[in-house]
Design a protein around this ligand. Sequence first.
Ligand code: ASP
Length: 347
Amino acid sequence: MRDIKKVGSVGLKTVLYYLVTTAFAITIGLIIANLMKGLFPTLQTSGLAYDPPEKTNFMDVLVGIFPSNFFKPFVEANMLQIIVASLFIGFALLLVQEKRELDFKMVDTMNDVFMKVMEMIVKLSPIGVFCLITPVIAENGPQILGSLAGVLLVAYVGYIIHMVVVYSTAVRVGAKVSPFRFFKEMLPAIMFAFSSASSVGTLPINEECATKLGADRSITSFVLPLGATINMDGTAIYQGVCSIFIATCYGIDLSFSQMLTIVLTATVASIGTAGAPGAGMVMFAMVLQSVGLPVEGIALVAGVDRIFDMGRTTVNITGDASCAIVVSAWEKRKLRKRERKQQAAQE
Ligand code: ASP
């Protein structure tokens, strides 16, 4: 974001809005998946290695996201700690830059390099998924693929409920925009996100749609790029639904504390997810790890990830736009109040 002053009152409101809606999203995902888990099968899974870990507890996860030193998270590939360390370092870089010229190009270049590596790995993933899923189909029969339709359905029900309930209420209450008009004006961005599966790619169209709905340009230019990077409600719903799906497949019952852990880790994971196709699935591994679910289970849903991704990206960008509209309305109201006060003082 480069400018720490921007992380002032608008920044605080934006980040709060993003965190609260993401927590709602993951909770909706978990509730829907628990209600509809009758659609999910329990598998013969001897083909997928899984050693049940020791019990995880929410408090340990919460305390555990703060690294005790800088190198350990990178050495141990502890993604949650890496995200938290990155946030601190990002803020510190901005503060240091105020005193001296810092070359951000290096950070940008490293980011591009790591994204490229991820892209290369994701390109190879069809082969890996094929190898992981073959024993599952050999043991359970091809009808197991039908259950994927079930988990896709559950995820899409979650996406739709979140968009209709949470975003409609937010724009109605926060900005007095009718939900019908909101979705109508958002249609071009929604269609682009659905077909491209990239929040970042959808940014220009999203900005246009949000401006048409009354969002201020100075606010969209800050809120939307930030949202495309850290706000991933659709991804959070997907992670909640697929966690329950994988747990059910392995015959594991998740405890309440494990569900809370999923809410926390999926919220942090969504901050760390890049707004690019397939990124949510990479971060999903971290959520599974945090509650001790078998990471290999990702193979079960990886084959149809693009279909999940189209829906989750649509939710992600709609959430960003709703935030831009609501924060703009709040700021306008604040400005009007201030003007009225000044007028009253002059009189
Ligand atoms: N494709 C999503 C986005 O761009 C991220 C994800 O994979 O969940 O928002």
